[in-house]
Write a new protein. Structure first.
Length: 383
């Protein structure tokens, strides 16, 4: 069987000592400072000349000079500082390519991690500890062993709330992958999914995801904790402790959501060869909070994250995620006769086709139409 190399990330929980925590926080601070300092320099040059192009190597060459001027920069991982400069370069590159806004200064409250590199086995696992440059050997939960084929070069050290993590980014050979052949994929073994605010998705088989609303169900608890925070003096120990408590609550909600999405996307990737979905503009749907009260609900479902997970898991198995054009009228078309009901309102959950008399559930009907259109795209790619 052909072994396909795939990109993979393994994340483990760290248990650093007090001194190691201090060094991690110092590395975070120095990396953020370098990013902001160099952004300030390049921003001034850009304001003078709108055609100014940033050169990451020229900026990296400035680091030794800054280390001499600010000796505390020598106390942290030098690769982490270089990666901050590279991230700044990438932010500028995306801006010049019109893929993002102009780079902004990093804030401490939004800065959770730094990147370093595994050079000459500088980062390695030793029993229940992992060796990290400058930090030393840190205890961690080795809850799953790395495959022998896994090799990593990029390593991220992060802090979320009160917890610390290390993420190993690399490649491994995926044993379940089969070499591409059209005969391997069965178009009959497919499923159509329509996005649903109530269930995450409804399939053409009338199955519903029934995803729990983790954020929505925690709103009362979050509101209570936020009220407590509002009565505290900003910057005090009590304020910081309460802020950390809120951060940990958000992290718990995110982990619950992530766990559900991973399990659901894995189930679909294993079972079906083709998955057909609608190419929705989820960002625009979230912005329509005032008009349709959708913002919080769309974000809570994280349908975009679900599709990303589903896409790469299908690719690992050499299967396909097919996206139907977002302007395809999946909800308006009768899946039985093809009649289009153009006056269908967004609040309408079911409707009867005036042409053939079939009663449709809005979401199930849309899922059937998405599957039909997706199959047409596979069979007639030129049309």
């Amino acid at each position: 069987m052909y072994m396909k190399p795939i990109k993979r990330t393994y994340r483990f929980r760290l248990y650093p000592t007090t001194s190691q925590k201090d060094l991690i926080e110092k590395t975070l601070g120095c990396s953020r400072w370098v990013y902001n300092e160099f952004l300030s320099i390049t921003k001034k040059e850009y304001e003078k000349d709108r055609n100014y192009k940033i050169n990451k190597y020229d900026l990296i060459k400035l680091l030794p000079e800054y280390k001499d001027k600010y000796p505390y920069l020598k106390e942290v991982d030098s690769i982490a500082l270089q990666q901050s400069v590279i991230h700044l370069y990438e932010a500028y590159r995306n801006f010049f390519r019109h893929n993002s806004d102009f780079p902004v200064f990093k804030k401490k409250k939004n800065d959770y991690g730094y990147i370093t590199m595994n050079i000459n086995n500088s980062i390695r696992i030793i029993g229940n500890e992992i060796q990290i440059p400058k930090i030393g050997r840190v205890k961690f939960v080795y809850h799953r062993h790395l495959p022998e084929s896994f090799s990593y070069s990029t390593v991220a050290v992060s802090r979320i709330g009160k917890y610390y993590y290390v993420s190993l980014l690399g490649e491994e050979e995926y044993q379940e992958y089969q070499e591409y052949s059209k005969d391997n994929l069965d178009l009959a073994n497919s499923i159509g999914l329509d996005f649903s605010l109530a269930n995450l998705f409804v399939s053409d088989y009338k199955t519903k995801s029934n995803m729990p609303k983790y954020y929505e169900s925690s709103l009362a608890k979050l509101a209570s904790e936020q009220r407590k925070l509002s009565h505290m003096v900003k910057g005090s120990n009590n304020y910081n402790s309460q802020l950390l408590r809120i951060t940990n609550l958000h992290e718990r909600i995110a982990n619950q959501r992530k766990d559900y999405l991973h399990k659901t996307s894995r189930y679909l990737a294993n079972k079906y060869d083709y998955v057909f979905v609608e190419d929705l503009d989820l960002k625009e749907m979230s912005k329509r909070k005032e008009e349709l009260k959708l913002g919080i609900f769309v974000s809570d479902l994280a349908f975009g994250t679900f599709l990303n997970q589903l896409k790469y898991k299908l690719e690992w198995l050499n299967k396909k995620l097919v996206k139907v054009d977002k302007y395809f009228p999946s909800s308006q078309l009768c899946s039985e006769c093809g009649y289009r009901k153009t006056d269908l309102l967004l609040k309408t959950k079911s409707w009867i086709c005036p042409n053939c008399g079939v009663k449709h559930n809005r979401d199930h009907n849309a899922a059937v139409n998405i599957k039909k259109e997706g199959m047409r795209m596979i069979l007639n790619p030129s049309n």
